[in-house]
Design a protein around this ligand. Structure first.
Ligand SMILES: [Zn+2]
Length: 563
């Protein structure tokens, strides 16, 4: 064991004898139940051994105690991103062309041309992050211009939400995709007026190109370690990695054995691989890596009109065959029900991506049916009782658009909404175009959810959005973009308070990963994971939250990042 529960805790005030180190002269937001503020704390054996005033903590120091004066800076618990993609973040560091921030299709092409000039012809060029909603011409791109400028390299570049991607002609040729190719259910291959592929593939249709791309390049471990460095520098000591295969689980297990993990990762196995995994493996909960969860999808994303709605899209009411267009179900609700039953019986958490109001309702309904089947199904006399939803911390990932009558169901069922505040401030520009003003009342309904009595697990969905958690905290408390627009915030009644936002990125995210007893707040007998930042998060002007600089990041009392 790297740490022991026998930390030297004395007296009721939580004082320690001869701590390894004391940290003094700071404003410490402990994020304990009472949201207390301290000045100092002591660390012993990697755990918080005492928390209190400067005088109290200084009095504990012995001859061998290290004294670290934080110079009046602010301390927060290590932040936790409850929904990110570590390998995807690592890829940005190691080779995938970053197309975020581009303001036109021409600029996207330019960046790809630049990369092509440094890449052998025939080699794949992968990119991600373009967003036609931030271009002057907002229509989805067509491949012709890209194919003309980059004819010799297969190119595959994802839209910012990852739910649509553009291929050039060479890529479609290698993947043997043409107008007549059968498109998988839950996906769409966009066609131009002549019936030829435009190069844009939505949701499940992305596999038509994806399967032609050779694996290779950086190893899984390289990607995770590159992402880990980025997370630690941003103040994240925990990440819930929302979707991985058995190969990546093995990578994490090996990194854990080699003691190379410094970020605590709550892993979710891909839904399609969950049944086999559940049957063959007990839930695993190690010090830095857990595998007791899975990630399913019910629908796509709002930006690419793949989110599954109860009523048609405002800006695309009719589908290709003249039917009312309500988006896409990318998997059967019955599949989610089946995994929910299985998860409850075997002690696994289920997390389902749901964005549209229909998608969210279907997931909640499927969880309820799964619970019913688990508790009423045949069980041999010696089999353990299956768990219930009330004690299993099932989650909905994103929960972006909710029908008013579904908001209270999260608390009732004890299903945790895992939400990404920066998605709100990215999408608020166009969400009313998609769903109209009335339905938009149920979009990113943070305060309504919190008021109903359910915690929100905060995250970013990196690399879809930046992994910088201070951008998430800023978005949560303002519902404004970085130019402080719109004035007062978009649908400001749904803003979080600073305390709520900080809880969602610390203790509530820890709860969503079954780790709230070990991390998520600065309290005696918890692991000493914390960060030191350059400004007072609770009192600085709102806009300043976004520019917070992380001075150092500590895991179990050891500095793992210092600026
Ligand atoms: Zn995601």
């Amino acid at each position: 064991m790297r740490h022991t529960l026998l930390a030297l805790t004395l007296a009721a005030s939580g004082t320690a004898a001869q701590p390894d180190a004391i940290f003094v002269n700071a404003t410490v937001y402990t994020v304990d139940e009472a949201f207390s503020v301290a000045q100092a704390f002591a660390v012993e054996d990697g755990m918080f051994a005492a928390v209190g005033t400067d005088a109290e903590i200084r009095s504990l120091a012995g001859d061998s105690t290290r004294v670290i004066d934080l110079g009046g800076m602010t301390v927060l618990p290590g932040l936790i991103d409850a929904h990110g993609h570590m390998a995807g973040l690592g890829q940005l560091q190691l080779g995938v062309v970053d197309l975020s921030g581009t303001t036109s299709y021409e600029e996207v092409i330019e960046r790809v041309v630049e990369r092509a000039a440094q890449t052998e012809p025939g080699e794949w060029i992968l990119g991600r992050g373009w967003d036609n909603e931030s271009w002057e011409n907002k229509s989805l791109p067509e491949h012709a211009d890209l194919s003309e400028k980059v004819p010799d390299h297969p190119v595959w570049i994802s839209r910012v939400d990852g739910h649509a991607a553009l291929a050039n002609a060479r890529a479609m040729e290698i993947a043997e995709v043409s107008a007549g190719t059968a498109v998988p259910e839950g996906g769409e291959m966009l066609l131009d007026i002549e019936g030829n592929p435009t190069g844009v593939f939505v949701d499940n249709a992305e596999a038509l190109i994806g399967r032609a791309i050779p694996a290779g390049g950086a190893s899984g471990a390289d990607l995770i370690l590159a992402a880990q460095d980025m997370c630690l520098a941003a103040g994240l000591t925990g990440v819930h990695d929302a979707g991985m295969g058995p190969d990546m689980i093995e990578v994490y297990m090996q990194l854990e054995r080699d003691r190379k993990l410094a970020v605590r990762v709550h892993g979710m196995i891909h839904g399609r691989e969950a049944p086999k995994w559940f049957a063959e493996n007990e839930p695993y909960h190690g010090p830095f890596f857990t595998m007791r969860s899975c990630k399913l999808y019910i629908d796509g994303a709002m930006g690419s009109r793949g989110a599954w709605l109860l009523e048609p899209y405002e800006d695309r009411p009719v589908g290709p065959e003249g039917e009312p267009y309500v988006g896409l179900a990318v998997s059967e609700p019955g599949f989610i029900e089946e995994i929910a039953r299985d998860g409850l019986e075997r002690g696994y958490q289920v997390c389902a991506h749901a964005i549209g109001d229909r998608g969210n309702r279907e997931v909640l309904d499927a969880y309820v049916r799964g619970e019913h089947r688990a508790s009423n199904g045949f069980r041999s006399a010696d089999a353990p009782m299956p768990a219930t939803l009330a004690d299993s911390r099932f989650r909905v990932e994103h929960a972006q658009l909710l029908a008013p009558e579904d908001i209270g169901r999260f608390a009732e069922l004890n299903v945790i909404p895992s939400m990404q505040p920066t998605h709100c401030t990215s999408d608020m520009r166009w969400i009313e175009e998609r769903v109209g003003s009335v339905r938009a009342d149920g979009a990113y309904a943070w305060q309504s959810l919190l008021a109903s009595g359910v915690p929100i697990a905060g995250g970013s969905d990196f690399p879809v959005e930046s992994h910088n958690p201070f951008l998430g905290l800023y978005a949560a408390v303002t519902r404004q973009n970085l130019d402080e627009e719109p004035p007062g915030g978009w649908r400001p009644l749904e803003r979080m308070t600073r305390e709520q936002a900080l809880r969602s990125f610390t203790i509530d995210a820890a709860y969503a990963g079954f780790n709230e007893k070990s991390v998520g707040s600065i309290e005696v007998d918890k692991l000493a994971d914390f960060i030191v930042i350059d400004r007072d998060y609770m009192t600085c002007p709102p806009r300043a939250i976004a520019d917070t600089v992380v001075l150092s990041t500590w895991v179990e009392g050891t500095a793992v990042f210092e600026r």
